[in-house]
Design a binder for this molecule. Structure first.
Ligand code: SF4
Length: 282
């Protein structure tokens, strides 16, 4: 792992893109302080803030990228967000102040604030506090999550989230475990709960040739999502290699270096499967 820590100046919280490699920004925080932060939500660990996203929810978005994820997706674009200690410690007050800078612009562009990661629910108390602050500013809120820790959020706290961008990586349990290292069950349970509570959701499906392009399996994801009744849109996200350099710089074995992005035809055929289940897919 490269040295991104003590001898280098801390980068600004705002980043040009989440593809900037960031490591060890929170490594000096004592364990007790990390535990207190997680228990209270008064401090979070962030990879960065980025602005101008048009792919992380409706309109133009400010996105805060959290550090911390228990999954190990083979195609992860941001493996530097896996470790919480790679994130920059940011108080809830400072995070809210950063968000406040963009309040008027976001309103003009019918946009909002998206919390992504990593998985934001690794820091669910911080996430809820930041969403609550955003709502108090009149900002639309979205949570981008794999859903594994969805049960950490109470029904009342769900109301602070206007939209959940839920990643379903695969349907078959064994395939899901090979792809992510984790079970798919909690994600599907969270999807059902969002539907039962009529919370708006967008489904995100990363299309990787040879890994997630099985037509029968996509049809099962589509049938599940179509039956939920709260999925407003499906984003079929073509696999790309923009995160590969991070795996190499972090010294983590990357198994997808030979995988090509899906063809336009494959993306379109995948969207068609979701549309056939009554969903709006692009
Ligand atoms: S859930 Fe997201 S952040 Fe976590 S390993 Fe998978 S792609 Fe990466």
């Amino acid at each position: 792992m490269p040295d991104g820590g003590a001898t280098r100046p801390t980068p600004p919280l705002a980043a040009r893109s989440p593809y900037e490699l960031r490591v060890n920004l929170g490594s000096g925080v004592p364990d007790a302080d990390v535990r207190t932060a997680l228990a209270t939500g008064d401090m979070g660990f962030l990879h960065s803030f980025t602005t101008g996203s048009t792919v992380d929810g409706p309109g133009v978005r400010v996105v805060a990228w959290t550090a911390g994820c228990m999954w190990r997706c083979l195609y992860c674009h941001n493996p530097d967000t896996w470790k919480m200690s790679n994130g920059m410690p940011v108080t809830i007050a400072n995070a809210a102040a950063e968000l406040r800078k963009y309040r008027r612009g976001l309103a003009m562009m019918s946009g909002g604030f998206t919390l992504s990661g990593g998985d934001p629910l690794m820091q669910h108390r911080f996430a809820v506090k930041l969403f609550t602050a955003a709502k108090a500013m009149g900002i639309h809120t979205a949570l981008d999550t794999n859903g594994y820790y969805g049960d950490r959020i109470s029904d009342a706290e769900l109301e602070t989230i206007d939209l959940v961008l839920l990643d379903i990586k695969a349907w078959n349990p064994a395939r899901h475990r090979r792809l992510t290292g984790m079970d798919v069950g909690p994600t599907l349970a969270f999807a059902r709960r969002l539907a039962a509570r009529r919370r708006p959701a967008w489904l995100r499906f990363v299309l990787v040739p040879g890994l997630t392009d099985d037509a029968g399996e996509i049809a099962q994801v589509a049938a599940f999502a179509g039956a939920l009744g709260n999925v407003e849109r499906v984003d079929v996200l073509p696999f790309h290699q923009l995160g590969q350099h991070k795996w190499e710089q972090l010294g983590i074995a990357y198994r997808l270096s030979e995988v090509q992005p899906p063809s336009r035809d494959l993306v379109e055929r995948t969207c068609a499967v979701f549309r056939a289940a009554g969903l709006n897919a692009a």
